[in-house]
Design a protein around this ligand. Structure first.
Ligand SMILES: [Zn+2]
Length: 95
């Protein structure tokens, strides 16, 4: 898993994580990567939103997405990687 610490993922991977998250199969780190991707990718935000609606209809009694009991406690290394990579990507996407 040499891409484990890569925070920026391609659209197809984002969609794959999005699919997995619907079935609670995505890891916390995958969810973080997906959410970062959604910050700058409108196409996947739309995909994710549509996907979320579908899941809500299928299991309306269950909570969809990251719930309150899933603590977002990232360690400092990941936080720092997240911050610097995110700022870099923002600059790249401004072109
Ligand atoms: Zn995308």
């Amino acid at each position: 898993m040499k891409d484990k610490n890569k925070i920026f993922i391609a659209c197809d991977e984002a969609n794959h994580v999005c699919d997995k998250s619907q079935y609670k199969e995505a890891s916390l780190w995958e969810m973080v990567k997906l959410n970062v991707h959604l910050l700058y990718c409108k196409a996947c935000r739309t995909y994710s939103a549509n996907n979320g609606k579908l899941t809500k209809m299928m299991n309306s009694s269950k909570t969809v997405g990251v719930s309150d009991n899933t603590a977002f406690s990232l360690d400092d290394d990941i936080k720092n990687a997240f911050k610097s990579d995110f700022e870099k990507a923002l600059r790249e996407h401004k072109d």
